[in-house]
Design a protein around this ligand. Structure first.
Ligand code: PEP
Ligand code: CO
Length: 448
């Protein structure tokens, strides 16, 4: 593989000299400098020990010995930082992980889109309403959603507010996990009503039975509940979009002789900012965190190989994840050549499927939705294509919530277009609800 022996020097600020896209235009330079100086002084949100432990687990997933479950909101908002929301999100992710682990008979690496998923890429820099033109809303880390000039002005202090919300979220997640969260492991306590609504009812009952048996077996053999004496791992991730924020929490750790982005364990580069010569790839090539890149239909197999060369020149296991989000209609035409090219280049990567972002549609009513069947179709195609190519699908990346929202069409209860208005809460992309998310987990488990 091309190891880029002549790669230019990297520093936490070297991205600033590259082509910068999707970044807020902060106008008050003094306020920006002040916020960044504060962020640079504040303690890190995560530690390098956690990051390196995660990288080791991702390396296992890369070999097919573990499976990554990454999920959460499209965008977190500061107002969503409530105990109820955090509990529900953690609960659905842990329940899904138990179902998947029992089905695939592999450990599951749990990763939330949580504690920092506050910055969003936008296709238009400006938004026009009734002739008024204002900057687009870019997520709570950057500006405010209300359509006034003041609210839409990028405000550097929001990076501090985001850091604080992320810290509060992580603190609560760590407390819940340390405290046990025991009922997660007993499917008889879960909200599984939807199973009987499904045409797949018998198969789902079988999955639930397997989960229950696997747990009973583990508990009888070890005399422990499944998490006694073994802290569950749960990791945080977000799109590393606002590089000012990421840079301010990036530190040189002397005991490791490497730079770490300490805002999150597992940042990703979004599909809109994955250009090889762009600022985001430049920034993330220099930090030791495991990083993902979202791969859309426009990425060529050759670009994928060059991304691997730039982001992981030493082929470090667990360092680089490609999250393909190609759409149910296009995955068969595009993915095989990508897998072959990456293999031919000798690049070791973890492959994850995001079956959400290639399957978004806007209905006549203007509502954004996704069809559950398309989501499953892309996911099943991803498993099949990787197997056909002698590769491994090592994980799934989902937009979901633990609540009973109605944002995606379909699932066991057969939600229709008419149901969407009932509980459509996302300000951005439509998420799987509790039942739909668990149903996806059961489909994955069914492959075991
Ligand atoms: C997202 O994950 O919310 C997102 C914007 O995805 P992508 O970069 O794949 O379009
Ligand atoms: Co999204």
């Amino acid at each position: 593989m091309d190891s880029h022996p002549s790669a230019p020097a990297w520093s936490p600020a070297s991205w600033q000299a590259r082509r910068v896209t999707q970044m807020p235009a902060y106008r008050d330079a003094a306020a920006l400098a002040d916020a960044l100086a504060q962020l640079a002084q504040l303690p890190p949100l995560v530690t390098s020990w956690e990051i390196e432990a995660l990288k080791g687990r991702l390396a296992l997933a890369q070999q097919g010995r573990a499976f990554v479950l990454q999920g959460g909101d499209c965008a977190e908002t500061f107002a969503d930082c409530t105990s109820e929301n955090i509990v529900q999100k953690l609960k659905i992710l842990l329940q899904m992980s138990v179902v998947i682990a029992a089905g695939l008979k592999r450990p599951v690496v749990r990763v939330g889109r949580i504690a920092g998923q506050y910055a969003k890429p936008r296709s238009e820099d400006m938004e026009t309403r009734e002739g008024r033109v204002l900057p687009s809303y870019r997520g709570d880390l950057v500006n405010r959603n209300a359509f006034t000039a003041e609210d839409r002005e990028p405000d550097p202090a929001l990076m501090l507010r985001g850091y604080e919300r992320a810290a509060l979220t992580l603190n609560f997640v760590r407390g819940l996990i340390d405290g046990g969260f025991a009922d997660i492991h007993h499917p008889e306590n879960w909200d599984l009503d939807f199973v009987s609504h499904s045409p797949m009812a018998d198969r789902y009952r079988e999955v639930v039975r397997r989960v229950t048996d696997a747990m009973a077996f583990f508990e009888s053999v070890t005399g422990q509940t499944i998490d006694d004496g073994r802290r569950i791992d749960f990791y945080a991730s977000h799109e590393g979009l606002n590089l000012c924020y990421e840079q301010a929490q990036t530190r040189w750790l002397r005991h490791r002789s490497r730079w770490y982005d300490l805002t999150t364990h597992y940042p990703w580069i979004g599909a809109r900012t994955a250009a090889l010569d762009g600022s985001h790839v430049e920034f993330f090539r220099g930090v030791a965190n495991p990083v993902s890149v979202k791969i859309g239909p426009a990425t060529t197999p050759d670009e994928l190989c060059r991304l691997a060369g730039v982001l992981n020149p030493g082929n470090e296991p667990g360092r680089l994840t490609f999250i393909h989000r190609l759409g149910a209609q296009r995955i068969d035409a595009l993915l095989p050549a990508m897998i072959r090219a990456v293999r031919a280049a000798g690049a070791g990567v973890l492959w994850v499927c995001d079956p959400m972002h290639g399957n978004t549609e806007v209905l006549g009513s203007g509502i954004k939705t996704r069809r559950f069947d398309r989501i499953l179709e892309e996911l099943e195609a991803a498993f099949r294509i990787h197997a056909e190519q002698g590769s491994q699908l090592g994980g799934v990346h989902l937009e979901l919530t633990g609540d009973h929202v109605t944002e995606c069409i379909g699932g066991a209860r057969g939600l229709t277009e008419q149901d969407l208005h009932r509980a459509y809460r996302s300000q951005v992309d439509p998420r799987l609800n509790y039942e739909q998310a668990l149903e996806v987990a059961m489909r994955i488990a069914d492959r075991g």
